[in-house]
Design a protein around this ligand. Structure first.
Ligand code: ZN
Ligand code: ZN
Length: 249
């Protein structure tokens, strides 16, 4: 098929690929599946990814909550690497996110959460009803290097994108001061605090990369702002990877 015909099949989708739920200790209690889905639909999003800190235990609940809507929910996780950098990891299959979770849980310090300090970590069902607490400390670095994490995510068919690279806390530039040569990270996320062009001015390292923006929402009002437009045929991580690879040529 000619390229122009292929382009005709593309749709521009509004995506927010970094949304937390009530499982993240720093998220508001309103971040439950039905309310997240309703808000995402209300603000015109076509795709969201659920990316809790070092866990994917609420992913399936949000996917189930979105089943009767037009919203696509991608499984994901925001991992903290050995270096203290946050990386958004995205998948097409819940099973892949859960495989990453298995590795992450084995590489986190085996310590209990301190709800009074960090906040409670709730596992909920698709209606937002309490299932159980996740009692392990999630808001800490794993001992997985960013290179090993990226390889692991790629082997699971996923996509790894450094989160909010401009932030001093947990951001690649704030922590490392530069983009690493390996892994290549063809896409990076900048926070809503700066525009992509301001980010390129500040960090020339990222000029040849795809820059995306997500909300990193910890409360409902943050969902969808900022967001990224993706020009793809189907709302899959596989196609997002192709979109990124194509735009990088
Ligand atoms: Zn983060
Ligand atoms: Zn986050």
């Amino acid at each position: 098929m000619a390229l122009s015909n292929l382009e005709n099949l593309m749709t521009t989708y509004a995506a927010d690929l970094h949304v937390h739920t009530i499982l993240s200790p720093c998220a508001e209690v309103e971040m439950i599946p039905p309310l997240i889905v309703a808000r995402a639909v209300e603000v015109g999003l076509d795709i969201i990814a659920i990316t809790d800190h070092n866990s994917a235990e609420n992913v399936q609940a949000v996917i189930s909550a979105a089943e009767c809507t037009a919203l696509k929910v991608l499984p994901g996780m925001e991992c903290e690497t050995l270096e203290g950098v946050h990386i958004v990891c995205l998948f097409d299959e819940v099973s892949a996110a859960l495989k990453l979770q298995e590795v992450v849980y084995s590489r986190l310090p085996d310590m209990p959460n301190r709800p009074e300090t960090f906040g409670a970590q709730f596992v909920v069902d698709e209606d937002g009803e309490f299932v159980r607490y996740n009692d392990r400390l999630l808001l800490v670095p794993t001992d997985i290097s960013m290179e090993d994490l990226t390889e692991l995510v790629e082997n699971l068919g996923g996509l790894a994108i450094p989160s909010h690279i401009d932030r001093s806390g947990y951001g690649m530039m704030g922590i490392m001061g530069m983009m690493p040569e390996h892994p290549a990270f063809p896409a990076v996320e900048v926070s809503g605090r700066i525009t992509p062009s301001e980010a390129v001015d500040r960090y020339p390292d990222i000029a040849d990369r795809i820059i995306i923006q997500n909300s990193d929402a910890h409360r409902l009002s943050e969902i969808g702002s900022p967001r990224t437009e993706l020009n793809i045929m189907h709302r899959t991580v596989a196609e997002i990877k192709t979109f990124i690879a194509g735009r990088n040529k």
